[in-house]
Write a protein that binds this ligand. Structure first.
Ligand SMILES: Cc1ncc(COP(=O)(O)O)c(C=O)c1O
Length: 465
């Protein structure tokens, strides 16, 4: 190993504050370059990135068309404020307005993190409802409804919306606990649409999707339209276990939000831009949200996220201040990368490929369920899959509880084994094994990944009770 290569690994280890980690355990692997689905290390290893760099690198590393678009844009303008217009910023806002579900007459706000985009969604939803109330006139409201204005936000327990205070408050993930008790007021958590572990101990479809009906009741008991501003959900739960909802969940949630005139915010930070085989995962459920948040893969190699407001929400800001902002909003270089990536998804037929590869991957993963007694559930869609591990299939006792995010357990052991023995980087901070490869993954790479997971699952099988 060359001395300078050793140096930057140890320098980073010493000076970087790693996210969500005990710093004395931090041991970064020094990287020489990354290409396609693979990361090449300075000590000669070639590692498959099975988490697509925090689900950001959907097109794999160094996609030539995206890099070229970035080079071209860098020669013109990297960033100017939104008092100026640039081609990529304008074009990306228009494109997102057009390719997201619903009437294209939308407005888009850009940020650099999913959390910041979620904060904008919450603030705008609350302002929309406030505006509605003052337009109605306080005299037309019963006394107990006059103060404060609708501010409550309903989200779900198994959810992650980001680490800033508002976004973490609406999250149910244990990472929310790091800000307690100073969470944002007004958040109410609803039961999850988690069929494998139904909170009502029922089975779909006989359950009549009680988890969504519960939200109807929650809104009523929380004060209805006069107190509740929004419901925020991931279309398919990401960080908390890759959980697709049962069919019918979203159309019914839309009906409930319409009934109470509550804003429906769909957080596509992890699922947007083709991960599930549709440009946006909510398209699987024929539902049009009022606000869509997207991020991660949007900017490909640049931090870029977006809050996309339907005309219903956007119109209240035509004559009122959108009281939100960020220094680098609408960054031209990041927008150029995003536009290039949307073009690549289209030109290279990647969405169809994801559907096809997703079927292949899903079938192969499901066959592991028969072969391994530690596999409780295999679920997913497109190239977004998880294997949930259990100590006992009958009781569904988990190896790792939702509340044990930071404990060393079988999931950690499997991910360590895969990295050490198979050169596969797979998320260890999850509740099960994740199979979230870049969307350009090849058949033979999927075979290699599934064969390796098959081998590693023996670690869990040995611990089944
Ligand atoms: C659904 C969802 N929303 C928001 C976020 C937060 O995004 P960021 O880490 O860019 O702030 C995440 C991150 O994992 C996410 O999965």
């Amino acid at each position: 190993m060359k001395k300078n290569n050793v140096d930057f690994g140890s320098i980073q280890q010493k000076y970087l504050m790693q996210c969500w980690s005990v710093q004395s355990h931090y041991a970064p692997i020094a990287v020489d370059k990354a290409d396609g689905c693979w990361i090449y290390t300075t000590d000669g290893r070639k590692i498959f990135d099975l988490r697509s760099a925090h689900e950001c690198i959907n097109l794999g590393f160094r996609h030539p068309k995206v890099l070229q678009a970035m080079r071209d844009q860098m020669e013109k303008v990297v960033y100017v404020t939104d008092d100026f217009a640039t081609r990529p910023t304008a074009q990306l806002a228009k494109t997102l307005a057009e390719i997201t579900p619903g009437d294209p007459n939308k407005r888009v706000w850009f940020a650099q993190s999913g959390a910041a985009a979620v904060e904008a969604a919450i603030k705008a939803a609350r302002f929309y409802k406030y505006h509605q109330m003052i337009t109605k006139g306080l005299d037309n409201l019963s006394a107990e409804m006059q103060y404060p204005y609708p501010y409550k936000i309903i989200s779900r327990y198994r959810s992650w919306h980001g680490s800033t205070t508002g976004a973490a408050s609406v999250s149910g993930d244990p990472r929310r606990w790091f800000i307690e008790p100073f969470t944002m007021p007004g958040v109410k958590h609803a039961p999850d649409a988690y069929c494998y572990r139904c909170p009502f101990h029922k089975t779909y479809p006989e359950c009549d999707i009680d988890c969504v009906e519960y939200i109807d009741q929650m809104i009523e008991l929380e004060g209805g339209s006069n107190k509740v501003a929004a419901v925020i959900v991931e279309p398919i739960v990401g960080s908390n276990g890759i959980i697709p909802p049962p069919e019918g969940y979203f159309p019914r949630l839309r009906e409930i939000c319409n009934k109470w005139d509550v804003v429906l915010i769909v957080d596509e930070t992890m699922t947007g831009l083709g991960r599930t085989g549709k440009m946006f995962a909510i398209e699987h459920y024929n539902t049009v949200p009022d606000i869509i948040v997207t991020g991660k893969a949007l900017g490909v190699y640049c931090p870029l996220t977006a809050t996309i407001f339907s005309s219903k929400i956007a119109q209240v800001f035509e004559n009122n201040v959108f009281g939100h902002g960020q220094s680098f909003s609408g960054h031209a270089l990041a927008c150029a990368a995003a536009l290039a990536s949307i073009k690549v998804l289209d030109e290279e037929g990647i969405l169809d490929r994801v559907k096809e590869m997703g079927q292949y991957l899903g079938n192969r993963l499901k066959s592991l369920q028969q072969a391994h007694k530690s596999v409780g559930d295999v679920r997913g869609i497109g190239l977004f899959w998880t294997i949930e591990l259990v100590k006992n299939r009958q009781t569904k006792e988990p190896f790792r509880k939702q509340t044990e995010k930071y404990t060393h357990n079988v999931v950690t052991e499997i991910s360590e084994y895969l990295l050490r023995k198979k050169n596969i980087y797979i998320p260890a901070d999850k509740f099960g094994i994740w199979i979230v490869p870049p969307l350009i993954v090849k058949n033979e790479e999927i075979d290699f990944l599934v064969d390796s997971i098959d081998e590693a699952l023996k670690i869990a099988d040995d611990k089944v009770t």
